[in-house]
Design a protein around this ligand. Structure first.
Ligand SMILES: Cc1cc2nc3c(=O)[nH]c(=O)nc-3n(C[C@H](O)[C@H](O)[C@H](O)COP(=O)(O)OP(=O)(O)OC[C@H]3O[C@@H](n4cnc5c(N)ncnc54)[C@H](O)[C@@H]3O)c2cc1C
Length: 321
């Protein structure tokens, strides 16, 4: 039976939704599924992972692991994989996870497939799916040896609770000298109001059609009225109109809210791949031939400067009544 280890990333005292979603997917595929939580004072987090399908959660709890630096985490995971003979090690995409997965591949001389959007069992092995050729096709990818390392695109799977409980065990913390030389000098948190685009059930996204950065206020007001988050296209992010953290698409985030409202967005393929999994897509665009209408559930042809304020007002009125 294949043994799978999932890296459970945490920030601010919470396990990340993306890691739990990868854990739930691994549990669905079956076999012996474990998670690993690494940090300082993190034991309490481990138990919660049982609900997402981990039979065992290893905890590496040490003051030396307090900063979210990759190399000490590579030491812990590499030892665990060798000692417990894990066949698969899975990660949800993040800056930290990408650093760890890359270094772990080098340390274990293992194959790493990244940017995966699906995973299935193939006998004793695994087959991953990843977009290629600017996301215009999907290709199946495999591994020629174990351990198999995989990084999944954010927003790929749903974190669904199964209600189980995990056996929590200690993982050895034996750090290499070279792994402890880096020091985290500062850690700044971007302040934002409302839900993040990864968690939001409603996203109102703005594009170049807004005309100028100040007009993002229209998008923000509609998002606020709907209790949602603001997204953006790369064109406006590159132009400095809105923060990079809100970019949806191939080189931004993959999102799958219940409702995605695209305001002044043309619907380029690189944007589409980041939001096509949304339940309902509404597009507001003055060009009736804009590609976004080809994959929208509801299309509104017109000037966003007239439509969006009226829509916001309507939502506010409905909410108030
Ligand atoms: C390698 C690569 C990676 C990329 N990654 C991403 C990515 O992750 N995310 C992403 O978004 N893009 C990405 N892009 C860029 C992508 O190709 C498009 O250039 C970008 O998505 C276009 O952004 P936009 O829709 O805001 O602008 P435009 O394409 O300029 O569209 C603006 C739209 O607004 C409409 N409009 C104008 N005025 C009004 C008005 N008054 N009322 C209503 N509608 C109006 C226009 O009709 C038009 O359809 C990538 C490109 C490459 C090459």
């Amino acid at each position: 039976m294949a043994k799978t280890l999932v890296f459970l990333e945490h920030h601010g005292g919470e396990l990340q939704k993306g890691s739990l979603a990868v854990l739930a997917k691994a549990a669905q595929l079956g076999g012996d599924v474990a998670g690993v939580v690494i940090g300082s004072d993190v034991r309490a987090l481990a138990e919660g992972a049982g609900k997402f399908g981990a039979a065992t959660v290893y905890v590496a709890d040490d003051a030396m692991l307090e900063s979210p630096l990759p190399q000490p985490r590579v030491d812990v995971i590499a030892k665990l994989v060798r000692d417990e003979a894990f066949d698969n090690v899975l990660f949800a995409q993040s800056v930290l996870a990408a650093d760890i997965a890359g270094a772990l591949a080098a340390r274990l001389d293992a194959g790493l497939n990244w940017d995966l959007v699906d995973l299935s069992a193939d006998g004793d092995g695994l087959v991953g799916k990843r977009p290629a050729l600017a996301d215009s096709v999907y290709v199946d990818v495999g591994w020629t040896s174990t351990p198999r390392l995989a990084l999944f695109r954010s927003g790929t799977f749903d974190p669904s609770e199964t209600g189980g409980s995990a056996d929590v065990r200690d993982a050895a913390v034996e750090l290499e000298d070279f792994s402890t030389r880096a020091e985290l000098v500062s850690h700044d948190q971007e302040e934002s109001e409302g839900p993040s685009i990864e968690d939001a059930e409603v996203i109102v996204a703005g594009g170049r059609g807004l005309g100028e950065p100040e007009k993002f206020a229209l998008v923000e007001e509609l998002a606020k009225a709907l209790g949602g988050a603001v997204g953006a296209t790369r064109a406006v992010v590159d132009a400095g109109w809105y923060p990079y953290s809100t970019q949806v698409g191939q080189t931004g985030k993959t999102v799958s809210p219940k409702l995605y409202i695209a305001v002044g967005i043309s619907g380029a393929i690189q944007h589409k791949v980041g939001m096509q999994g949304s339940n309902v897509i509404v597009a507001i665009n003055k060009d009736p031939h804009a590609p976004i209408f080809e994959f929208s559930d509801l299309g509104v042809v017109g000037d966003l400067h007239e439509i969006v304020p009226k829509l916001t007002e309507l939502v506010q009125q409905r909410k108030a009544s």
